[in-house]
Design a protein around this ligand. Structure first.
Ligand code: FE2
Ligand code: FE2
Length: 278
């Protein structure tokens, strides 16, 4: 049994929707969907209907896009998230609200931890105060659509929602002895030094929280899986593998790869030694 991952399917785009059927069936294996499947519950359901029969188990974490409230929709913030978790349960898809399962991939037991942590604008230079952060991004013409569509209800703001999620999740992870390696899955990268966007560097504000900088060490991660950046990569920090597994918008992948090549094997995967030798 193997563990695979892909994120940022963005099924609101016709080309991405059409490509979904080209993901090869792996009926013995698990597939992580690491957020931004789409912008609506209908698009999330489309992914489940299409992929659930092709994998033994799906694991989902929310991206920012799934949490948007579009015109004519009513559910906002946490209610929107809870609605999506309900949809996942109806398809028996694992979410950050479920107990973290222990599974053996390639004969090695790991704890699978889907996380929902958001961002708090802290991925910014030290000389930019929090109050000036949005202005700092605006100066470069950068503003994330989340500022319009992602509502933090019932929290005072996205920062408070992010910190509440971090505290809740930290307590859950701390409850485990470090007896098993973990696979940490979050839509947003866990470290600022991995949230580098060469073309739009100040977009980093909407990319994570510094609170999770050392979670890969504290919580015994063997692999950390994320998306959001739409820049596929494999990186190492402190010997831990970080996989960015985005598909992205059509212009970011069509012509250069196929959707199935963007389905990344996470475990057993290749070791760092093997990867360097490739
Ligand atoms: Fe995305
Ligand atoms: Fe995203």
């Amino acid at each position: 049994m193997r563990l695979f991952a892909i994120s940022d399917l963005h099924l609101g785009h016709t080309v991405n929707r059409q490509a979904l059927s080209n993901i090869i069936s792996r009926p013995d294996d698990w597939l992580i969907l690491a957020g931004d499947v789409g912008e609506t519950a209908t698009q999330l359901e489309l992914a489940f209907k299409s992929l659930r029969p092709r994998f033994a188990q799906l694991v989902w974490v929310p991206g920012n896009h799934e949490l948007w409230t579009l015109p004519k929709e009513t559910a906002r913030g946490r209610s929107k998230y809870e609605e999506l978790v309900g949809l996942c349960r109806s398809y028996r898809v694992l979410t950050p609200e479920d107990p973290y399962p222990i599974v053996a991939f390639g004969g090695r037991q790991v704890r699978i931890a889907p996380l929902f942590l958001l961002y708090d604008y802290s991925f910014r230079p030290p000389d930019v105060p929090r109050e000036a952060a949005l202005e700092w991004a605006n100066e470069a013409g950068i503003v994330c659509a989340d500022e319009v569509f992602l509502h933090p209800d019932p929290y005072a703001g996205i920062v408070e929602w992010c910190h509440a999620r971090c505290e809740l999740t930290e307590a859950r992870l701390q409850a485990f002895r470090n007896d098993l390696p973990t696979v940490l899955i979050n839509h947003f990268p866990l470290r600022a030094d991995l949230a580098t966007l060469p073309r739009i560097p100040r977009f980093s504000l909407w990319c994570g929280t510094r609170r999770t900088e050392d979670w890969h060490l504290r919580f015994n991660a063997i692999v950390v899986v994320s998306g959001h950046l739409h820049i596929r990569s494999t990186s190492y920090r402190d010997g831990v593998r970080f996989e960015e597994v985005s598909l992205g918008y059509p212009h970011q992948w069509t012509g250069s790869t196929t959707i199935d090549r963007c389905v990344r094997e996470i475990l057993p995967g290749v070791t760092s030694m093997e990867r360097r030798a490739v």
